[in-house]
Write a protein that binds this ligand. Structure first.
Ligand code: HEC
Ligand code: HEC
Ligand code: HEC
Length: 290
């Protein structure tokens, strides 16, 4: 289930990149905006398009007047190549993204040590028996979406929650329940509890991000062959111990940051996807129309 959700999202983000650059003469800026931008920024430009919920930080509200601080060339470079705008427009958003990149890196460095056969088996049990309360990746559903009478459990992705429980305590909780959590029959076998433990120990914000945005190509185990590239040419890189030993940490951080921008979670860039004159038209439209 983890992987299916990932594919849908990635397909969504990569959708336009896969298409050919569209060519048309004398495009109207508003038309281009509706075609290329509105799914995230909303037809009214206020940031609430249908795809907006997938982004953190959210697509910007383009009606607040901040665009006036930039000239057209600067905005064009942002849209075409992803060149950051010179003035920091969203310090909060940048910090959120930096945090996501760090949690992603922390998860990636764990990948070589994880027994993915156990984890995958545990993930199946988790999906069937735990997800209804604990959420897809360990973050409990909002109180209103929990089964009746269940009060929200702690976030299992939280490293401090992970540290607060020993493996033995976790296994006991899975098999016998806790004060506030029933042990749902049928009883788990020792082997199933071990698989579940392997899965629960992988839960982290970085695992969630990787599952959504990266595993569809790189695979859960970081060896390629993700479901989005199955049978086709996918990444050849293998995220094993040797990779992390040899890769310069700063270069790795920069790549992951870029991959987050391109693959999901952030504003894409449009080089090769939307023709320059169409981007220019949209910039003019945004600057001209208050
Ligand atoms: C797939 C979703 C998506 C699409 C499509 C999209 N944006 Fe964005 N946009 C975002 C997100 C998310 C942000 C928030 C900025 C960030 O990345 O931190 C953003 C931010 C911006 C910003 C603020 C500058 C910046 O870098 O943060 C501008 C300007 C902008 N978008 C214009 C556009 C225009 C024009 C289009 C169409 C050509 C477009 N966007 C298409 C998601 C999108
Ligand atoms: C009916 C909802 C529900 C289901 C199903 C459920 N849990 Fe829980 N779980 C809870 C609640 C509520 C707590 C908080 C328990 C407490 O306060 O004693 C909890 C606590 C936990 C804890 C301890 C963390 C903490 O909050 O102290 C772990 C670990 C855990 N659950 C794992 C699982 C696993 C693994 C499964 C699947 C086998 C599962 N849970 C199924 C509701 C559920
Ligand atoms: C659409 C498929 C796709 C998605 C999604 C994707 N990647 Fe990649 N990634 C690739 C390809 C292709 C390469 C090129 C290198 C190769 O062939 O192995 C690559 C390269 C990389 C590299 C550099 C490897 C090196 O040469 O050192 C890193 C690191 C990386 N990706 C991380 C990520 C992360 C993190 C995410 C999720 C945010 C992600 N990728 C999402 C396909 C993808």
């Amino acid at each position: 289930m983890v992987r299916i959700a990932g594919i849908l999202l990635v397909a969504l983000f990569l959708g336009p990149a896969i298409g050919e650059a569209k060519e048309r003469s004398a495009p109207s800026g508003r038309e281009v905006f509706l075609e290329e931008c509105a799914r995230c920024h909303g037809a009214d430009r206020a940031g609430g398009g249908p795809d907006a919920p997938f982004f953190s930080p959210a697509p910007r509200d383009l009606t607040t007047g901040f665009l006036a601080k930039y000239d057209e060339e600067e905005l064009l470079a942002r849209l075409r190549d992803g060149t950051p705008l010179s003035l920091s427009v969203d310090e909060e958003g940048r910090r959120t993204r930096a945090k996501r990149v760090e949690s992603l890196l922390a998860h990636m460095r764990r990948i070589p040590d994880i027994d993915w056969t156990e984890v995958d088996a545990g993930g199946v049990i988790y999906g069937a028996r735990c997800e209804v309360c604990h959420g897809q990746f360990g973050k409990p559903w909002p109180a209103a979406d929990l089964p009746e009478g269940v009060s929200p459990p702690k976030d299992l992705r939280d490293p401090s929650v992970q540290r607060s429980m020993t493996d033995r305590e976790l296994m006991a909780a899975f098999k016998h329940g806790t004060g506030g959590m029933p042990a749902v029959p049928p009883k788990l076998t020792e082997g199933e509890a071990e698989q579940l433990l392997a899965f629960v120990r992988v839960l982290s914000p970085g695992f969630e991000t990787f599952s959504f945005y990266c595993a569809p190509c790189h695979g859960d185990a970081g060896r390629g062959g993700g479901i989005l590239v199955r049978g086709e040419e996918g990444p050849t890189v293998v995220f094993d111990e040797t990779y992390f030993e040899e890769k310069d940490p700063d270069a790795l951080r920069a790549t992951v940051w870029h991959m987050m921008d391109v693959g999901g979670g952030g504003m894409p860039h449009f080089r090769g996807v939307v023709a320059d004159e169409r981007l220019r038209a949209v910039v003019e439209y945004l600057k001209r129309t208050p």
